[in-house]
Design a protein around this ligand. Structure first.
Ligand code: P6P
Length: 337
């Protein structure tokens, strides 16, 4: 009988990976795990209590906020505030950065960027949703941390992870030493190591993109979609099209089975829809650590300049060979322009 290893035990065992960290990062990851369990409880019973439906407000993105969005945001901010290891939270649900202004947090060394409940429009239809988080060390050395401490390139992340509230609830994270997945065991209320050293297959037969926007896609994306659909036994095409409408669900499936997820520029989203700071950078860090690739069609996501909190970017992410092939079509189309 394999021994159960909880998230807490795993974090402590691997603390030595970060000699400079005197336990703060471990405690920060613990705080996130606690909030994830609280949010999971509400997500799982959303249909039973009055947590479904829209809260009547809108977030910075102008998107109708679901009540669970607000609840999740409050839970993660509260957990980070009481944990004392984080000085600023940058959240999809808040237009400005949230200063955690307790005496302890004021001098904390970490910044957390978070999408507290990504894919929330799927809550009412019982489709998997998730939380995405990204952790940076503050760069400023005196006074209060500022927005500049948040607007760091993705290569500076010290940790990143996601929680997927699906048929089971999993927490998947990296601190730059590979990716590990933990499944929540409700009977003991602990995340238990279930997917050690996750590696995304180098190629796959699944492509994820909202083909409803096809007419507005750049030519390179149109050409790549047609490539995916052409019959060719030697490369196992046509591929399967799978699109959940919840990024974490699509990326987690591709992490396990292989595949590519693309959210390119569209007429409605000329810079892409997905946000760089708290969606694309953390997911790109995780996918790269699992042996995959993540670019904007040309440039590595983690190298993109971060100019604003809610900045958007196109994203091509997943199995390395599939992303490289899509980039070829993007480059060919640029040459023909
Ligand atoms: P569309 C959810 O709102 C989200 O941010 C991602 O989770 C998801 O992949 C994408 O937007 C879906 O967007 O335009 O295809 O509905």
């Amino acid at each position: 009988m394999a021994q159960i290893k909880t998230l807490g035990q795993f974090i402590i065992e691997n603390q030595a990976d970060h000699p400079y960290a005197k336990g703060e990062l471990s405690r920060l990851l613990r705080d996130i795990g606690i909030a994830a369990k609280i949010v999971n409880r509400e997500v799982n019973k959303a249909g039973l209590v009055d947590m479904l439906g829209q809260a009547g407000s809108t977030n910075i993105q102008g998107e109708n906020q679901q009540k669970l969005d607000i609840y999740a945001n409050e839970q993660f901010i509260a957990a980070l505030k009481s944990g004392g290891e984080c000085c600023i939270v940058a959240s999809e649900e808040n237009e400005e950065i949230v200063m955690l202004d307790t005496d302890v947090s004021l001098h904390a060394k970490y910044i957390v960027a978070i999408d507290p409940l990504d894919g929330s429009s799927n809550i009412d239809v019982n489709v998997s949703v998730g939380t995405i988080f990204s952790i940076y060390r503050r760069q400023s050395t005196s006074g209060r941390a500022t927005l500049d401490d948040v607007l760091q390139k993705g290569v500076n992340q010290v940790a990143a992870g996601y929680v997927i509230y699906g048929t089971s609830t999993m927490l998947v994270y990296t601190t730059g030493k590979g990716v590990n997945g933990f499944t929540l065991d409700p009977s003991i209320g602990e995340f238990c190591l279930s997917h050690p050293n996750m590696q995304i297959p180098k190629t796959g037969i699944i492509y994820s993109i909202n083909e409803g926007y096809y007419v507005h896609f750049p030519q390179g994306v149109k050409s790549y979609i047609k490539y995916c659909q052409v019959e060719d036994d030697s490369t196992h095409r046509p591929y399967s099209s799978r699109y959940v409408g919840s990024m974490i669900a699509d990326l987690h499936r591709n992490m396990i089975k292989g595949g590519i997820f693309i959210y390119p520029v569209t007429a409605a989203a000329p810079d892409g829809k997905l946000r760089l700071v708290y969606e694309c950078n953390p997911m790109s860090f995780i996918i790269e650590q699992a042996g995959g690739r993540a670019t904007n069609g040309k440039k590595r996501i983690l190298e993109l300049d971060v100019r604003s909190l809610h900045q958007r970017t196109p994203i091509f992410i997943g199995s390395e060979q599939m992303v490289l092939k899509a980039e070829e079509f993007m480059a060919d189309a640029d040459e023909q322009e």
